[in-house]
Design a protein around this ligand. Structure first.
Ligand SMILES: [Ca+2]
Ligand SMILES: [Ca+2]
Length: 194
């Protein structure tokens, strides 16, 4: 977008076509959840009812795009820009309820104490981030749990970890261990730390 605006004059209208590597890149605008106001209205509307594999060209006028003020972050979008998107829907991931980082899909372990022992691989009676990460990824791989989609699994697990590490000593004690096995972990004070 920056390149496309080079040398533009006041009042000039210019249609700029951005190849992916200059705009949103391969990941596209993934990582956002539909229906939560994380995307501009035009994108939300443009994606509605899409099927996996479908390709859709969408024209978004400024009033449901970035408006008169445009957008200053990367990629920068000038004010009153009409956005032309080509969307391809690769896959759909069902989100978790608002505020949830993880959910058991197949029944939680019945005993939090037993689970804690399992996670605590080096048996030092506390759980480190790598221990929690390896356990959670294993659970996800086995189809026993789901992590919040839209952000890297490591980040989700780090948030889970921090939300339980109440004394900030970078380890979870059995008392702090609120993976609770019967409940799902909600975001808490970790929210603002990432
Ligand atoms: Ca340990
Ligand atoms: Ca701790």
């Amino acid at each position: 977008m920056e390149l496309g605006l080079l040398g533009a004059c006041m009042g000039e209208r210019r249609v700029i076509t951005l190849p992916p590597h200059l705009a949103y890149g391969e990941p596209g605008i993934g990582g956002n959840t539909l229906g939560r106001g994380e995307l501009v209205l035009g994108v939300e509307r443009g994606l509605m009812g899409m099927c996996v594999g479908e390709v859709r060209k969408v024209v978004i006028p400024p009033h449901i795009g970035y408006g008169e003020q445009g957008r200053e972050e990367d990629p920068m979008i000038p004010g009153s820009a009409v956005l032309l998107f080509t969307f391809r829907l690769h896959r759909v991931e069902e989100s978790l309820p608002e505020g949830y980082l993880f959910m058991w899909t197949n029944g939680a372990p019945a005993d939090a104490g037993e689970a804690f022992k399992l996670i605590d691989e080096d048996q030092d009676h506390r759980v480190s981030l790598p221990e929690l990460t390896s356990y959670m990824l294993d659970q996800v791989e086995r189809g026993r749990a789901r992590l919040r989609p839209g952000m890297p699994a490591d980040d989700v697990i780090r948030k889970m970890f921090r939300s339980q590490d109440y004394n900030d000593d970078r380890h979870l004690s059995i008392d702090e261990f609120t993976l609770k096995m019967s409940d799902d972990v909600r975001m808490s004070h970790a929210d603002d730390e990432l």
